[in-house]
Structures are given as C-alpha cells and as structure tokens.
Design a protein around this ligand. Structure first.
Ligand code: CTP
Length: 400
C-alpha cells in the first residue's frame, strides 16, 4: 500500500472503538490515512485518538472554514485512492445508497471517483432488515465493496450477523481493492499450490502432507509486486491471499484442466503444488467393503502439469519446485532439464521438514549452471525473495 491514500470514514457505531487499530494497520502497510468523522462518530470516539494514530487532523465538518482553506472537500475527494468507511452504520449506508450529501463524508463519497468500500456494523436485526439489505444491494450494484459483516456476539448482547469485520481483515480487503503497483504490474502469474486428492471410492482418497503455505506465500508475494495472480489450489486450510483469484480443485486432472483454462496470457507459471504422481486406475463408484484380508489398488500415472506447460509453444517463464528427501541438487537438476524449465526451486523434505512447517530452505537452479541459495527462513520471507528473483529474471528476458 506504499504511498496509497486512504480516506477512512468513521460513522457513529460502537465498533468505532476498533477503528484506531484499523488506522494503524493501514499505516503499517504503507498507506497515508485521512480520517473523516460523521457528527455521530464523536459520540463514540474522540478525534484526538485518530489524530494521534494517523498523524493528521480529523475532518468532520463541511462548513469548517479553516479546514476547507487548507484542503477543500473537493480536493480531499480527489486526494483519495480509496474511500473506506468502517464502521458503516445502517443510517450511513442509507445515506450513501440514496446519494445524499448532507454531511462531509457523504459529500466526499459523491464527489470522488475513487473506489468506495464499506464495513457495515450494526445490530443483527438492523442488518437483516429489508431496508438495509435493499441499500446494500443497491450499493453493491454500483460497485461499492462490502466487507463483512461478521457473525458473533454483539455489543447489544445479541448474537448474529452484523459485527464489524476485524481491523486486520479490513486492512487486507482494502489492499485487495486498491490497484496493485510493482515490477509485475500488468503481468499475469499463474500458481499451483497444495496437495491433490485422488479418489479411491466416494469416501476415500490418496493425498499428501502439503499444507499449501509455500504456494500461498508465493501468490501473496506476486500480488505484492503488482501482478494479476491466479492460484489453482488443491484442498488446504488457508484463506486466499487478498487480491488473488483462487480456483479450487481436488485431483491432479482437475488441476491440469484448471491450469490449461488459465494459461493463455500467462507471463509466469510457478508450480508449487504437490501433485499426486499416481492415482487409482479404477476408482470404485460405491464404498469399498472390507470383504478380503488384502486390498490392492492399481495405480496409474497422472498428467505432469508442469511439463505440459513447459512444452507449449506459448510457454510462460516456467518455474518448478523439487521436493526431495535425498541428493537434493542432483535430483533437482535432472528435473530442470527433463521438464525443460527456466528455474527450479529445490528443498529437502521429510519428517519435520517443510511439510506443515512455517520455515523452509530453498536452492535455486537454472539452465547453464546457474545456482543461488536463498537460505533458511519463514516461507513468507523466502517467497518474497523468490518472487524478486523470478521478477528480475523474467523482466530481463522480456526486455531482450
Ligand atoms: N508437478 C506437476 N504435475 C505433476 C507432478 C509434479 O506439475 N503431475 C510439478 C510440481 O508442482 C513441482 C515439480 O513438478 O513443481 C516437481 O515435482 P516433484 O513431485 O518433486 O517431482 P516429480 O516430477 O513428481 O518427480 P519424482 O516424483 O520422480 O521426484
């Protein structure tokens, strides 16, 4: 969010006590934040708190002459790259849906061409009321992004839908709405991640221990460098990184088909998935019963997705991963050549190594003897280093 300007509207709801934390999280991500209050916000929180965390005086009055002289509301509307309203009360949503301009915040929303996002917060019955739902539908149809609300216990003592999303989640969602900047802006990066599941019968499958953490970190790093990112993912326990489009699959064949459906226009392909190499040749259509002492499952090869991409005439810059338990470099080099890759990232796997862990160690190898160690570190840190390396090599090749 480096250098992005966020106009944070705070309206009069009890969830406003969480908004200073949101300001901090946006600033931590590099954004500049200007807070604008509605009159009722002052009933819940003090402007001084927001001034202290944002480093800017809070604006709240359309008729404040000295503030208007410093930056008029029209200039303020132009200044914003994003208008984010958190919390957004039922009353403010109604104002916004009807294009009213009777206070500074709603006037700014009308006078700005920046994207608008709202994080509603209200009692569950106010949220489910058809009037509020009509307003939300109207706002969505106009392109307003609606973050949440979450479900859970509410300040009023009731439980249900209407809690404001947590500040960290709002900050991540806001990041996704902003147009991405970086060296990979305008480039498409396609990534596979996670394990695959190969069906034995309707209730059983063969899979592996991949958690998807490395692939998801790589997807986040690619998006942070400005790329349009598509993540073709096997079943994992992770949320899609903000701003990344996820396509969920189960089997190797489905992963292959999803990759091929997305490959056109792809600049960089990164295969981090732990794809099953074999699958049951004849999956049973009914649950297999334990009638004999032994059960033999005949397996057949799955399609190699990475090799299939690298064979294409319109091949993108193609990166593979090699997960090895022994002779890491030797096996990785063989894969680099056999699969015709531009780069391979090798790591050692085994008991207590890599799978389901937050840390990893990567060795990069590329044709004609290229070699670089990225060292040991958190998967998120290694993913950032790896994406910097890939972006540099890809852009160097593209400029030739
Ligand atoms: N891969 C793939 N499709 C497959 C198998 C592997 O796209 N059917 C990709 C993986 O995502 C990884 C690379 O190929 O980027 C290497 O995977 P790995 O399992 O280490 O190698 P294999 O080709 O399966 O070779 P082996 O099992 O003999 O080590």
């Amino acid at each position: 969010m480096s250098g992005k300007r966020i106009l944070l509207g705070v309206t009069g709801g009890i969830a406003a006590y969480k908004s200073p934390d949101l300001v901090r999280r946006l600033i931590e991500r590099g954004a500049e934040v200007q807070v604008v209050f509605t009159a009722s916000a002052r009933e819940f929180v003090a402007p001084l708190t927001f001034q202290a965390v944002s480093g800017r005086e809070v604006r709240s009055d359309l008729w404040d002459e000295s503030a208007e002289r410093a930056m008029s509301h029209i200039e303020l509307a132009r200044w914003a790259d994003l208008i984010l309203i958190a919390p957004a009360t039922a009353d403010f949503l109604a104002h916004l849906a009807h294009g009213m301009a009777d206070n500074l915040l709603s006037t700014l929303c009308l006078a700005s061409s920046a994207p608008v996002a709202v994080a509603p917060a209200m009692n569950r019955l106010m949220w489910s009321n058809p009037a509020t739902q009509d307003n939300i539908a109207r706002l969505r149809a106009r392109g307003v992004q609606v973050f949440g609300p979450d479900s859970g216990s509410q300040a009023c003592g009731e439980t249900g839908e209407g809690r404001m999303m947590e500040p960290a989640d709002i900050a991540a969602a806001a990041f996704a709405v902003l147009p991405a900047e970086g060296p990979l802006k305008g480039r498409k990066v396609l990534i596979t991640a996670g394990p695959t599941r190969e069906r034995i019968d309707p209730v059983r499958f063969i899979s592996n221990r991949s958690s998807g953490k490395m692939g998801y970190s790589v997807a986040q790093a690619a998006r942070d460098r400005g790329a349009e990112v598509v993540l073709v993912s096997g079943p994992v326990n992770l949320c899609a990184p903000a701003g990344v489009r996820r396509v969920s699959v189960e089997s190797a064949q489905q992963m292959h088909d999803a990759v091929m459906a997305e490959i056109a226009g792809t600049d960089i392909f990164i295969a981090t998935a732990a794809v099953a190499d074999y699958r049951p040749a004849n999956p049973a259509s009914c649950k297999i019963k334990k009638v004999s002492d032994k059960l033999e499952v005949c397996m057949e090869r799955t399609v190699d997705i990475l090799a299939a991409v690298a064979q294409r005439a319109d091949r993108p810059y193609t990166v593979g991963f090699a997960a090895e338990t022994n002779d890491v470099e030797q096996h990785a080099l063989a894969k680099l050549t056999r699969k015709n890759l531009d780069l391979i990232a090798a790591n050692e796997v085994g008991d207590n190594k890599v799978f389901e862990q937050d840390d990893n160690a990567l060795l990069l190898l590329w044709p004609n003897g290229g070699r670089q160690e990225l060292g040991v570190g958190a998967k998120t840190v290694l993913a950032a280093k790896l994406m910097d390396f890939i972006a540099a090599r890809f852009l160097e090749r593209a400029s030739r």
